[in-house]
Design a protein around this ligand. Structure first.
Ligand code: C5J
Length: 230
């Protein structure tokens, strides 16, 4: 089984047949101007450094025959799945559901809600729509992973301290072994990114492990068959 020797706090070993690559919320609404992220006053360019390494990891995971699952944060057009607290909190220039240059902010089916072109899901790859920050809350993710006997997750996406962290905490409580790829997760706040990663690996890996995508690329087989025969 592949082992990431450089993972913090100690080496991470995973079985490709029971591990999924989870790509969290790589949506235009967070990564491109005119969306939810920018409406909250954030510099969205800070997240874009994740796209190239994540694209390379996604290609390698697909070549190795790994399960890939994408998520998208967003709401139904009538906002019936959006708690008032989420809708009203803060003082954004535009609120969830308001019209923006990429369509209504954080609404399913709108251009801004979808995943950036560089990381578009392939036909057949599950895309889990989630109304919350955590990918397990009010979604079918747990059942989907259970059906495929997945017990470990390579976690990527945005943002480090919000949806990535919430999902890793949810996953950890459900018994998943999570490896977070530091260069494939991003935050609008560099200090939150650093602290978020440290919090995952601290205390003996209280929520999971942290490594770089290059560490994973170095151990992934280039074809599903080479893994099966190794
Ligand atoms: C946020 C997310 N930051 N995907 N969502 O509101 O992290």
């Amino acid at each position: 089984m592949p082992t990431i020797a450089a993972a913090r706090p100690f080496p991470y070993t995973f079985d490709l047949t029971t591990t999924a690559l989870l790509v969290i919320d790589m949506q235009r609404d967070f990564l491109e101007p005119g969306g939810f992220g920018e409406s909250l006053g954030n510099d969205v360019s800070r997240l874009r450094r994740t796209i190239a390494p994540l694209g390379a990891l996604l290609a390698a995971a697909r070549a190795a025959g790994m399960t890939v699952v994408h998520t998208r944060e967003g709401h139904l057009p009538d906002l019936s799945d959006c708690p008032p607290a989420k809708l009203q909190r803060g003082a954004p220039r535009m609120r969830i559901g308001d019209p923006g240059p990429n369509g209504r902010i954080l609404i399913r089916g709108e251009y801004g809600h979808d995943i950036v072109d560089e990381l578009a899901p392939l036909p057949g790859e599950p895309v889990v729509d989630k109304p919350g920050k955590g990918a397990f809350h009010a979604t079918g993710l747990g059942d989907l992973l259970a059906e495929q006997k997945i017990d470990s997750l390579l976690v990527t996406g945005v943002t480090t301290e919000v949806c990535v962290h919430t999902t890793v905490r949810e996953a950890n409580d459900r018994g998943y072994e999570c490896l977070v790829l530091a260069d494939c997760v991003g935050s609008y706040f560099p200090e939150f990114h650093r602290a978020g990663l440290d919090m995952i690996a601290a205390q003996g890996g209280i929520f999971g492990w942290v490594a770089d995508s290059t560490d994973v690329l170095a151990v992934l087989p280039t074809t599903p068959s080479s893994y099966a025969s190794s």
